[in-house]
Design a protein around this ligand. Structure first.
Ligand SMILES: [Fe+2]
Length: 435
């Protein structure tokens, strides 16, 4: 082993007065044809900076919302960070936000009855028994702090909460995200011009830029987005699990919506945990797993060795700081392995846990987004800690779908051995299997 390392070290030493990693960095940054990072499709060619061609593609309703909200589209839209600033090596990507940020869950001290929020709403509609609630008759932009806190608790309990007919500027969406936590700024995905942290969700644009998304490869039920690069998207996943403080309250606002199709489905991590037997829960409680980034980078010490992902270790079962309930924190693409068991055992266990999340229709809710007036949109705010989601790309891009997403990062994940599951806390029945 030491011999191999010596050889490797010698080969990576100074050549032409520059270490090999610096030479590779210069090469990659200098050639726009070279992809800086490996994502789902290597043929995607995103323009650096703001994109003037993108502005031309903007659907009318989205354009009105952005212009009403004071976004200067003349510079181009959307905007990606400058090529010179995107990390090339995995150690650089790992260093992003690799420090503690104080986090207080806004739902933790909210009124459990949510009187300020529910009292002001015209209607409160539960989509399913366990997941999804729609609030009717309130504008997100007008909520008081008390109502925002109660909304956080409602999201933490119900997984996802919806608001239709919203007049919401990108700036107001970003402000709400800041209220709920440290807003994630992605090093390379497109954002609203001038507003880093206001991520653009716009498949039609990415397809124009080379994403191979079509009827044949989208929506594979159990598609592992990391293992099968280049096979469309829209599989079950959780956003940003590789962060030191992974995603919490996450807000997608769609301002252009297909008349039919383009739904989103959420699945509950509280309920996925409660689907397991007591003995299996006991086995999983306290275990840790490795979580990886969706984007890949190069290893500075082995730059030709292929893509490397940011890795972080988190508890497999977590406790929610606002509800106090335990939940299962896994997703097929980005939970790599459980620590303390063999790789074969880990695969077996994880595949079962992914199935529990993905295949139980009674712990899921499917939401149909609706169009209203030009410049208006529909919002979904969900808790990425306690859920997986997927978009259903059945409209095949026939009509535009565009929106903006703001992700508030939450606490450093923890497991409290004293915490209880959702059903235990609510006194709901759980089967005792034969001992
Ligand atoms: Fe997502």
């Amino acid at each position: 082993m030491s011999k191999v390392e010596t050889v490797k070290k010698e080969s990576l030493d100074i050549v032409n007065d520059l270490p090999i990693d610096k030479q590779i960095e210069q090469l990659v940054r200098a050639h726009k044809e070279l992809n800086i990072t490996r994502t789902r499709d290597e043929n995607i060619k995103i323009v650096q900076g703001a994109d003037l061609e993108g502005t031309k593609l903007l659907p009318e309703s989205s354009r009105k919302r952005l212009e009403d909200g004071g976004v200067d589209l003349s510079k181009g839209y959307p905007e990606v960070p400058d090529r010179s600033k995107i990390p090339i090596f995995v150690d650089e990507a790992h260093a992003i936000r690799d420090y503690d940020v104080p986090f207080v869950d806004r739902g933790a001290n909210a009124d459990p009855e949510k009187k300020a929020l529910f009292g002001a709403a015209k209607e409160v509609i539960n989509l399913t028994d366990k997941v999804g609630t729609e609030i009717v008759g309130l504008q997100l932009e007008d909520l008081s702090d008390q109502q925002k806190n109660e909304l956080a608790l409602l999201i933490a309990e119900r997984v996802v909460v919806f608001f239709r007919d919203q007049k919401l500027s990108p700036k107001a969406q970003l402000d709400l995200g800041h209220y709920y936590g440290n807003v994630e700024i992605h090093p390379q995905v497109p954002h609203v011009t001038g507003l880093p942290g206001e991520t653009v969700i716009w498949n039609d644009y990415v397809i124009k830029r080379g994403l191979d998304l079509n009827f044949s490869n989208s929506n594979f039920a159990n598609w592992d987005s990391v293992r099968y690069l280049g096979y469309g998207n829209q599989g079950w996943h959780t956003d940003l699990v590789h962060e030191r403080q992974p995603a919490g309250y996450t807000h997608l606002h769609l301002d252009s919506i297909p008349g039919v199709g383009g739904d989103t489905i959420w699945s509950s991590g509280y309920a996925a945990y409660d689907k397991l037997s007591d003995e299996f829960k006991k086995f999983l409680d306290g275990k840790k797993a490795v979580y990886i980034s969706a984007h890949a980078y190069l290893d500075r010490n082995d730059p030709l060795g292929g893509p490397k992902r940011v890795e972080r270790v988190h508890p497999l079962v977590r406790t929610h700081p606002a509800t106090g309930w335990k939940f299962l924190f896994v997703n097929r693409g980005m939970t790599r392995r459980i620590l303390g068991v063999s790789p074969i055992e880990s695969d077996l266990i994880l595949n079962y846990l992914f199935d529990v999340y993905e295949k139980n229709a009674d712990i899921q809710a499917r939401f149909k987004w609706t169009n209203t007036k030009p410049g208006y949109g529909t919002s979904a705010i969900w808790d990425n800690r306690i859920s997986q989601h997927r978009n259903v790309w059945d409209h095949e891009g026939k009509s535009p779908r565009h929106g903006t997403r703001v992700t508030s990062l939450a606490e450093i994940p923890y497991f409290d051995p004293e915490s209880k599951s959702q059903r235990e806390t609510l006194g709901l029945p759980l089967k005792k299997w034969d001992a």
